[in-house]
Design a protein around this ligand. Structure first.
Ligand code: NOJ
Length: 561
């Protein structure tokens, strides 16, 4: 029996602050804009808000390069406005999560600057500096973003620092106790302000097993993927436990870690006394990315694999603890473009994905704009993109033989900038995101049809469908089962469909999903209550078997209210 916790019963909404709402006309989203939109979030029905980083940052990697953990970046506003946001959100019954980025800082952080300036400074040991080998960097690791993971220290003969992400994100040295103390102090500073908890970035990378020299090459660039040496290495558990002990546990925080943990270690992370409330599992959101993480190569996935991955992920999480559900975030393109061929993108397919996702077991995370069915943007020129990782993949693609045109097409399809376009609020200029002539990133040209205002006024919109799905978890005869019920895969003879149940003390909810563009027959055995669906329901549904129309999703139950 699953124990009850507030964060299991929550629905989370993720905001990418740069693109949510600009209030001062500089084309850049800000905290005041978020404060002004809290009532919308309340109406949507969510009760936790996750803010991507708003700390001071040069924004080399969208704020995941922090130069001061204690100060709100002035483009977002002030520390006082952050307090106001927390206060108003808490008043509305919305808990706030901030992003915790402690695998690395910005190279502009005072610690790193001091480390560079003075070889004898204690800050040298705050980061990972190593001597080169035979005139080369310490080894041939490829960073997560595709270039070398070691950067030469300016003005030093043979010294390099490690960066698992961009060279403007030097990795912190967690072996140093003083670094850990600084981090715990900072976490407690924010939690003491009444924060609900944190989303924790890249945390599996904090323990490194550094080997020197030329390691086994796995790409035509002569490098080796860094993940093999820095992901979830033995010894990491001591620091994760220590962090939990010193910060999250005493505050009863909600914590969700970006941590793709193998099953044998999952209970340690998400079990009753785990390091975190839940973790994000990448298995089905990264189904289109090959194991090397290099997405300029297509993985050629199928829906049958997708079903298998969802089922495995659900069962594995259920055996070990609690999970976070998501289809989109700021590191993913829009889900509708990922999962559905462009000619079939419409409200049916969008609502189908919403149903598939929102009825699974776990805490749902809805990414801004997902609730109105926002889509990928198409940009004509690589220079219009903003994201460092996108550039890296574009150039890696070209180096591997793609033409510029092919690489641009891939980037338009897979870049995470697709989800970072400004939020579409209405059909006025800049989609109601900003009063500025130009915004930091272009608004998607489909904003006149896809926007909050239009969808709010249309009871059949994707937005209202999301509201209904949220309400099912909040205030309906199905809420207990949708939250705490067991996840049970249903073995349909028809392999083209995805069918699963949620079961709780004899109560059954069955979710039937047709992810294809053709009709699919499924069996029907006595679940006579209609819960929700994306097509009008007809009487022949009560036959022994029935047909799911293209991209139909329907939820039935053996009970109702
Ligand atoms: C994961 C974050 O979600 C992503 O946006 C960022 O680029 C990396 N971690 C590095 O912090």
């Amino acid at each position: 029996m699953t124990t009850k916790d507030w964060w299991k019963e929550s629905v989370v909404y993720q905001v990418y602050p740069k693109s949510f709402q600009d209030s001062d006309g500089d084309g850049f989203g800000d905290l005041r804009g978020i404060i002004n939109r809290l009532d919308y979030l309340k109406e949507l029905g969510i009760d936790v808000l996750w803010l991507c980083p708003v700390y001071q940052s040069p924004m080399d990697d969208g704020g995941y390069d922090i130069s001061d953990y204690y100060t709100i970046d002035e483009r977002f506003g002030t520390n006082e406005e952050m307090d106001e946001l927390l206060e108003k959100a808490n008043r509305l019954g919305i808990k706030v999560l901030m992003d915790l980025v402690v695998n690395h800082t910005s190279d502009e952080h005072e610690w790193f600057q001091k480390a560079l300036a003075d070889p004898d400074s204690k800050y040298r040991d705050y980061y990972i500096f190593r001597e080169g080998v035979d005139g080369n960097p310490p080894n041939n690791w490829r960073s997560y973003f595709g270039d070398a993971a070691w950067e030469k220290v300016p003005n030093e003969e043979n010294l390099f620092y490690l960066h698992a992400f961009t060279k403007k994100q030097p990795d912190l040295n967690w072996e140093n106790e003083e670094v850990r103390e600084e981090i715990y102090k900072m976490i407690n500073h924010w939690l003491d302000k009444g924060l609900g908890g944190f989303r924790i970035d890249a945390i599996l990378n904090i323990k490194k097993e550094i080997e020197y020299g030329q390691l086994e090459v796995d790409g035509e660039d002569g490098r080796a993927f860094i993940g093999h040496w820095i992901l979830n290495k033995p010894g990491i558990e001591e620091w994760l436990e220590e962090m939990q002990e010193r910060t999250f546990r005493p505050h009863n925080s909600m914590t969700v870690a970006e941590a793709d943990v193998p099953e044998e270690r999952l209970a340690e992370y998400i079990g009753e006394d785990g390091y975190y409330s839940m973790v994000f599992d990448f298995s089905y959101t990264d189904i289109d990315v090959p194991a090397t993480g290099e997405w300029f190569v297509d993985s050629n996935w199928t829906w049958q694999q997708m079903r298998e991955r969802i089922f495995n992920s659900q069962l594995m999480t259920q055996r070990n603890g609690w999970g976070a559900l998501y289809l989109e975030n700021h590191d993913q393109p829009r889900s509708i473009n990922k999962y559905i061929p462009v000619e079939h993108i419409n409200d049916y397919s969008k609502k189908m994905l919403a149903t598939l996702f929102m009825c699974l077991r776990g805490t749902p995370f809805i990414y801004q704009g997902q609730e109105i069915g926002m889509e990928n943007i198409t940009l004509a020129d690589i220079d219009t993109f903003d994201d460092v990782a996108t550039y890296a993949q574009y150039y890696r693609g070209i180096a591997s033989g793609l033409t510029e045109e092919e690489a641009l097409k891939i980037v338009n399809h897979r870049s995470r900038d697709n989800s970072r376009t400004p939020m579409q609020w209405d059909s006025t200029q800049q989609a109601g995101f900003s009063g500025a002539e130009t915004t930091w990133f272009p608004v998607n040209s489909n904003y006149e049809t896809i926007n909050v205002e239009n969808e709010w006024n249309n009871p059949n919109s994707v937005l209202h469908y999301y509201r209904q799905l949220i309400a099912l978890r909040k205030n309906s005869p199905y809420q207990e089962n949708l939250i705490y019920g067991e996840f049970v895969p249903v073995a349909e003879k028809n392999k083209e469909v995805i069918v699963y149940e949620r079961q709780l003390e004899g109560q059954i909810i069955r979710v039937l999903i047709n992810p294809t563009s053709v009709e699919q027959r499924v069996k029907h055995d006595g679940l006579n209550y209609f819960v929700i669906g994306n097509y009008p329901v007809e009487n022949d549904m009560l036959e022994e078997s029935f047909v799911l129309r293209p991209f139909e999703s329907i939820v039935l139950a053996n009970y109702g209210g």
